[in-house]
Design a protein around this ligand. Structure first.
Ligand code: SF4
Length: 691
């Protein structure tokens, strides 16, 4: 045992139990050990030390996949010493904690340089060096100095606590009892192997969640197992994992063979539309023009749309509240939270180019509503010259770069270059079309994708109210189609300046808001979609109960008007700072809903998040406001307003998706109804332990 560990808890541990634990795990390890590059013979001290830094708070499988990327770039101390912090941050980005790791490694490299390459030779020198954290020091002692030391991390700590003495977890760095126990347990000749055995067993059997106690070799003497009916599992089972993914492999639903990569996904308006199978108001559907839309009647007001052939295999947005809402809804449909990434598209593309397979293979469609604040009439309209970066932070430089928010569509283009889908769809606010040349510049930029490999059709402005959305909302849609995937006839037709109806991918209107035709239905009234909604004071739906209390400020500014129940809603905006339109104004403030105010005694109030979501055609079973147990919110009402206002109306997206689905076989000589059976890849998770 090393001098570092004073035996403060002598006689506390049952030696027979420890012996049993050691023998059982070493036997198990012989047959089940995990094979990692750093466990091979002949690994240099440099690799051993650096691997332990990579392993901090990160799964071994993740580090294993990343191992070559790192050591190919930094094969020895000399390369590491020459690296800047920025270089190191860049290479660590895929692993997370990149600033922390880069900073740490940079200091270690500089120390190595200042000491002319002499490494610590004993515990005292180690304590003085930049390597001196509990875990790294122990690893250094074990692997470099060949001392008996415990690789004590959250995983080892979990297994030891469960087996020997279930108790509430503490940070292992402060938990002297667990440190002492670990040191007692690994104090045998096969110390290195036992350390690995414990780590492997904790990862594969005694997992953080759902430990496999039934098949566990230790269960006959495990304290946790013997007490499991008496223990509050939450006190014992901890989950430090924050999941992110690389190299996505998604188990595909065979009824949904077309893979969609969704960028700038927000809370998933476009994704819900592309998936289908969601609930909308029956007035929103024109059954004569779209007899195949409705799968079933849901209740007297709502219908459920049929599913499409599209499946979302990747989604991303930098807003955590958008991700939380997306995951909460899509989990109900069986989707893993791992589909959704919260890094910026710029970072994701850079990671992919650095050798990590961030984006899935065999992608059929890429969709992206790139950030619109810089083109929107509701914002300052800086367009390409936005002074916010890809993470939404203000930038100080005068010259906008390709990473500024206004040019993020170029990164959508990069994703198209990487994934090479048959079709990409980019969406933005109509305001973009009115900015000088912007539409033409973007269309031209898109058409150079993959070496002029895509036909980019003239963008089209779609008015959502013409598609059954009870809202004045216009969106410009760019559609690009891969030339090499098209059959000869489709290529010819889509290359014409006027595309005939049969080949036109833009969906036909179904409702008569800006158009007139006998086949079109009347625009959907707000009164219809709100029918059946309870007032906030009696509702049990958090998205209806909690809403903006911003006071009426006079009609001179935005968001101070009462909606018209007999008409459609104004645009549901994201940037309203609480000034979302009024569901009802008092009569003194010019309200017109006399019956509601005088007879029903309903109060003046603004639209709730639920009402905004229904206006946007989000399904009523989408949880937009989620309270937690502390009187706060997992998704707050103000976050809900923001993500709802930023979204593409799901029904508008459904029109686009079903139109493209119909044209798939006409364009590509491929059947969209299940006969496409590409090899699919499955998601790989990279949990990062946030101890
Ligand atoms: S019985 Fe269960 S809790 Fe105990 S060591 Fe085995 S897997 Fe872990």
């Amino acid at each position: 045992m090393t001098e570092y560990y004073k035996v403060q808890f002598e006689n506390m541990w049952n030696k027979n139990e420890i012996k049993y634990f050691q023998n059982t795990l070493l036997e198990w390890f012989d047959l089940n050990k995990r094979d990692f590059p750093w466990r091979k013979n002949g690994i240099s001290n440099y690799e051993l030390i650096l691997t332990e830094i990579l392993l901090q708070r990160t799964k071994a499988e993740t580090v294993s996949k990343y191992y070559n990327v790192f050591f190919n770039k930094y094969p020895d101390w000399d390369h590491l010493v020459a690296a800047s912090i920025e270089d190191l941050e860049q290479i660590f980005k895929p692993l997370g904690l990149f600033k922390h790791r880069a900073n740490r490694l940079f200091k270690i490299a500089q120390e190595y340089k200042s000491k002319n390459g002499v490494l610590p030779t004993n515990r005292d020198e180690l304590n003085e060096s930049k390597l001196s954290t509990l875990y790294i020091s122990n690893a250094y002692e074990l692997f470099v100095l060949n001392h008996r030391a415990a690789l004590l991390d959250v995983n080892m700590s979990r297994l030891l606590r469960r087996f020997f003495f279930p108790k509430k977890k503490e940070d292992v760095r402060n938990d002297k009892i667990i440190q002492d126990l670990a040191q007692n347990v690994i104090d045998i000749k096969s110390c290195k192997e036992l350390n690995w055995a414990i780590l492997d067993y904790a990862a594969l059997v005694c997992k953080s969640k759902n430990p496999n106690c039934i098949d566990c070799k230790l269960n006959s003497k495990c304290t946790f197992f013997s007490m499991s009916s008496l223990i509050n599992v939450d006190d014992v089972v901890d989950d430090f994992q924050t999941k992110i993914i690389y190299d996505s492999e998604i188990p595909m639903n065979s009824n949904k063979p077309l893979k969609v990569v969704s960028l700038f996904s927000g809370c998933g308006g476009m994704d819900i539309g592309f998936e289908g199978e969601f609930i909308v108001h029956k007035d929103s559907i024109n059954e004569i023009l779209n007899p195949d839309f409705i799968e079933k009647k849901y209740d007297e007001n709502f219908v459920k749309l049929r599913p499409t052939k599209f499946q979302t295999v990747f989604a991303n947005d930098i807003l955590p509240e958008a991700r939380n809402a997306w995951v909460s809804y899509f989990k109900k449909k069986g989707y893993s939270s791992e589909v959704y990434r919260t890094e910026s598209i710029v970072d994701l593309v850079k990671m992919h180019k650095d050798g990590l397979k961030v984006f899935p293979e065999n992608v059929d469609i890429v969709t992206g509503g790139f950030p619109c604040q810089d083109f929107s009439v509701a914002g300052k309209r800086n367009g390409f010259n936005s002074h916010k970066d890809h993470n939404g932070n203000f930038i100080k430089t005068e010259i906008p770069t390709s990473e500024t928010r206004g040019q993020l569509y170029m990164w959508l283009k990069e994703v198209v270059e990487i994934t090479k889908p048959n079709i990409f769809i980019a969406e933005n606010v109509k305001g973009l079309v009115n900015l000088e040349n912007v539409k033409e510049i973007i269309q031209k930029d898109f058409s150079t994708t993959a070496g002029n490999g895509y036909i980019v059709l003239n963008p089209m402005v779609l008015h959502a109210a013409n598609y059954g959305v009870s809202q004045s909302r216009e969106r410009v849609i760019f559609i690009g189609i891969k030339k090499s995937a098209l059959n000869a006839k489709a290529l010819e037709e889509l290359s014409k300046s006027n595309i005939i109806d049969q080949y036109n991918p833009y969906p036909k209107p179904t409702h008569a808001f800006t158009l007139k035709s006998k086949d079109l239905k009347m625009p959907v009234k707000l009164a219809s979609i709100f029918s059946g909604l309870l007032e906030p004071d009696v509702s049990t739906d958090p998205a209806q109960m909690f809403f903006s209390r911003a006071k009426f400020m006079g009609k001179h500014c935005q968001g101070q008007t009462e909606i018209n129940l007999e008409g459609i809603s104004p645009t549901i905006r994201a940037e309203h700072h609480g000034n979302i339109e009024f569901r009802r104004l008092s009569l003194e403030n010019g309200g017109k809903m006399i019956e509601e105010v005088n007879e029903k005694k309903f109060i003046e109030r603004r639209l709730t998040p639920r009402e905004c979501a229904l206006i946007q055609t989000f399904p009523p079973d989408y949880d937009f406001v989620i309270p937690n147990n502390n009187g706060r919110f997992f998704i707050s009402p103000s976050a809900a307003y923001k993500i709802i206002g930023n979204a593409v109306p799901p029904l508008l997206a459904y029109h686009i998706a079903t139109r493209i689905e119909k044209l798939w076989s006409l364009y590509f000589n491929q059947n969209s109804n299940g006969s496409i059976t590409k090899s699919r890849t499955k998601p790989r998770t990279i949990p990062i332990v946030t101890e």
